[in-house]
Write a protein that binds this ligand. Structure first.
Ligand code: SF4
Length: 88
């Protein structure tokens, strides 16, 4: 696929996470779309003492081979964003 990998080496933060060779570091999911899933994103997050989700050590969205898995997980985001029935 030609659309499963993007890099922006002009970004002042590239690569924003350590642990992958620069040539295979994907920027496609910069600002991970799964963040809103909280503990159910499937990534390697931690919570700070203030309760903030910290993704500093997660490479999941930056691995090209995870493209399909991230897209699959977007179904959960779509479900979250559905119009909620009026509460009584
Ligand atoms: S970067 Fe990793 S830990 Fe953070 S939301 Fe995405 S998958 Fe989850």
């Amino acid at each position: 696929m030609a659309y499963d990998f993007v890099q922006n080496r002009q970004c002042e933060y590239f690569p924003c996470h350590q642990g992958l060779p620069a040539d295979s570091f994907s920027c496609l999911f910069c600002y991970c779309p799964l963040y809103a899933l909280g503990e159910n994103c499937g990534g390697s997050f931690r919570y700070t003492a203030d309760g903030i989700k910290d993704c500093s050590n997660c490479l999941r969205p930056h691995r090209r081979e995870n493209y399909a898995a991230i897209c699959e997980k977007m179904k959960d985001i779509i479900e979250m964003a559905k119009k909620q029935p009026d509460k009584k």
